[in-house]
Design a protein around this ligand. Structure first.
Ligand code: BGC
Length: 377
């Protein structure tokens, strides 16, 4: 009798062990990796994450980037809707931040200077008189450590980067982590955690460009945008915020109800002239689950953006000029992609009235942004 129950127990344990093994090997199949070259002696990989629907995203640890998002249109036909390059050479030479994680400070810092705790810090100037997106060799151009996560419900990868004290002029030894999760509802969830050993400033985002017709298939002027923002931050001629928080009411920046990108983009509004189109930070109301959405009437594809960040930059690819050759030899022409970069407001370290971007050793920066893809019939 005793032997029989021991035997039964052994069988139950064996079945459970088998189930665990099966589950984890299935997980492994949802994330595959291939060599993508080396940079500064570090190996770069291209990862493919497939969810239960069979929809796919590709990520690379070069710049912790989103390289491809392959999702269906209303007829079920999959297409890649984000900008990327075929190879590492493209990523290294491309300077437009396709799909990359941008840090330490996304967007602009006026004249590349800020003062923190009475000390003035000087950054490299890589955008006229200003510093843009963390400087010349910001986090977008670093090889991040990668770990495929196996104890998750969906395919997921953690990218980690250690940024030493005074890298690109910023104080503090900083460790940044971004976990990308690709859910069965076609959501890319980006969970950020950043710590420092000294007071510093931080503004981190993902700089993916999207074209819901399919990347490299013409402009995005017919895409319909909603941004749940009652105000935006007007800029000067170098795209540095003036400090004003201006209501969107009665301006071409009012996207609280849907408007096509092209509807008002060429209005003689001075802000649109300065931005060469939309290249502005919106002050999010943060009142609803979805903070922004873009719908493409042609394909039925929709992108929704959910974030806990106070701002979002709508950039309509005004500096794209067709010189970038992307995945599959696609050419990205003027205004053929839009970005919705979740963020703190630009130049916050120099703007006392904006929400603080100071990161201190006693409190990590924890934040989450989701890009959710779906179709409207
Ligand atoms: C900025 C643009 C800039 C672009 C570079 C955007 O975040 O707002 O001004 O040209 O990044 O790709």
């Amino acid at each position: 009798m005793k032997n029989k129950s021991l035997f039964t127990l052994a069988i139950v344990i064996a079945i459970m062990a088998g189930m665990v093994a099966c589950k984890s090997s299935k997980k492994q199949e949802m994330v595959t990796s291939e060599a993508f070259g080396t940079f500064n002696g570090k190996e770069v990989f291209l990862y493919t994450l497939t969810n239960k629907k069979g929809d796919v995203i590709k990520l690379t640890n070069y710049g912790a980037s989103i390289a491809e998002v392959s999702v269906p249109d209303r007829n079920g036909v999959r297409g890649n809707v984000t900008f990327g390059y075929d190879n590492l050479a493209g990523y290294k030479s491309g300077d437009l931040y396709f799909g990359k994680i941008v840090g330490r400070f996304a967007n602009r810092i006026a004249k590349g200077k800020f003062t923190l705790d009475g000390i003035e810090y000087t950054l490299s100037l890589n955008n006229g008189a200003n510093s843009l997106h963390g400087g010349n060799t910001g986090w977008h151009s670093r090889v991040w450590d990668a770990q495929i996560l196996t104890k998750t419900d969906y395919p997921a990868i953690k990218f980690k980067y250690f940024s030493p004290d005074m890298e690109e002029g910023y104080p503090g030894n900083v460790t940044a982590e971004v976990v990308y999760t690709w859910t069965d509802d076609d959501e890319i969830i980006m969970d950020y955690k950043v710590t420092t050993d000294k007071n510093t400033v931080l503004n981190i985002t993902n700089h993916a460009y999207f074209n819901l017709h399919g990347a490299g298939t013409g402009d995005i002027l017919d895409h319909e945008v909603v941004i749940k923002a009652s105000a935006f931050t007007p800029v000067d001629s170098t795209l540095i915020p003036t400090g004003e928080i201006r209501p969107v009411e009665g301006t071409p920046f009012d996207f609280r109800s849907p408007h096509k990108i092209g509807e008002r983009i060429n209005n003689p509004d001075i802000q649109l002239v300065l931005g060469k189109g939309y290249d502005h930070n919106f002050v999010l109301d943060n009142a609803e689950e979805v903070d922004a959405s873009v719908y493409d009437p042609l394909t039925g594809r929709q992108l929704e953006v959910l974030t806990d960040q106070p701002g979002i930059q709508l950039y309509t690819g005004n500096f794209l000029d067709g010189t970038q050759k992307g995945r599959g030899g696609k050419i990205y022409v003027y205004r053929s992609g839009f970005c919705l970069e979740t963020q703190h407001y630009p130049d916050s370290p120099n703007q006392a009235t904006f929400p603080s971007t100071v990161l201190t050793p006693d409190e990590p920066f924890i934040s989450s942004t989701t890009y959710r893809f779906s179709v409207k019939k």
